[in-house]
Design a protein. Sequence first.
Length: 492
Amino acid sequence: MLKQHLQQKLLQKLSPQQIQFIKLLQVPTVALDTRIKEELEENPALEDSSLMSLDEPKGEYDDLQDDKEDFESKDSLEDTGLDEFNVEDYLQEDNANDYSTSYNNGDDEEDKKETPIAIESTFFESLQQQLDLVPLSDQDFIIGKQIIGSLDDDGYLRRPITSMIDDLAFSQNVMVEEEDVLEMLKLIQNFDPPGIAARDLQECLALQLKRKDATNPLIKKAIEIVEHHLDEFTRKHYDKLEKSIGLNSEELKEVVAEILRLNPKPGDSNQVTTKQLQIIPDFHISNNDGVLILTLNARNAPELRVSRSYMDMFEHYDKAAQKDKKLKEAVQFVKQKLDSAKWFIDAIKQRQQTLLKTMNAIMHYQYDYFLTGDERKMRPMILKDIADKIGMDISTVSRVANSKYVQTEFGTFLLKSFFSEAIQTESGEEVSNKEVKKILEDCIGKEDKRKPLADERLTEILKEHGYNIARRTVAKYREQMNIPVARLRKEL
């Protein structure tokens, strides 16, 4: 039996403009140029005024810093929706310059240029050049090319020999035996850099050691450790090694130093990546005699405006005495492009305002830290602290913190790194866990490497400083800082 009933639901839906703002907010400065170029290509009603006449006056978005005080009522994520524009309002509001944007924070034009990349050969090309110099039969040359092409970026050969034999048979129509491949592999393992084409770490280190002076007793012992006692070496069980090989502590120290000089990833040393990740700071903080000055990277404020020709076209179509179906479609198309251009410019402006507002709150919250760069002066700060301070949603602050960088006088940092949990001292004072991590780092940096500090001892030291923290928490902080356990920090 069918039943009909009414049901009311309260739903929160994001408008297309809000979604556009959210996406732009997450885009880092290094990718913003690309996103703007895409929009310029897709929408002919949008123009970059920096490419147009420089003699035209600026419009309503002239000075971003002057508008900072007006953020309060406009920046929340909930307010990003824009009203539908009727024809009259749209034409009255807009002129050729209404949506130009300009912002100059003193950055040199050089900042806008891409970093040139030197043209160098990759280690694959280097190996191929070495192969070309060896007199080989056609079959051996094909096998050699197959081996080089099968290497991973770090220089290791992890593909099984049998799989390469199948590849040669199916793709090259070359039938070979396992011995043929192994013979060519041995040849390539003599190429530079040393250790190339090894099948595991043990073989990689052994290949490098065998290139050295074989008459040197230290090299002989190093080869013996790598080939027969690598597990004890990696676990730093030096007492066992001394007994197994018959060395005293000083001799073992020299042998270990010889092994540590080897390159565990020979391919990486010569690898040239053509596309490198660039970190371009979104903000700059400078210290002017004890006063912090925050500026936004000029790349975040492109000079965008609505096309004058499209606006003229729209006005002409709209004033036409008679509108047939094709003309109405043209009016709708032009209006859609104009609306889209305005929405995009407004989203860019709101992105600038949100970035500045969020970073300004973070800077003032961590003022002492940004003055000195001393992590011990960093206050506990969570996303909610900044969200409450600027009247925005936590998710908005999170999007800014997770993808934006700030350049200071003591380094360039991801905003996320300034957020930390609070830890209570014995005196009841709340401090940042960054302060505790700094103390741990200092203690481990000053420890006697022959007798490194265990987590239990580090816990006791922190308690002596007034931080009542459990040992498992100390272990967690140590792991977060990528510091190994005491046994693996031990040196001879």
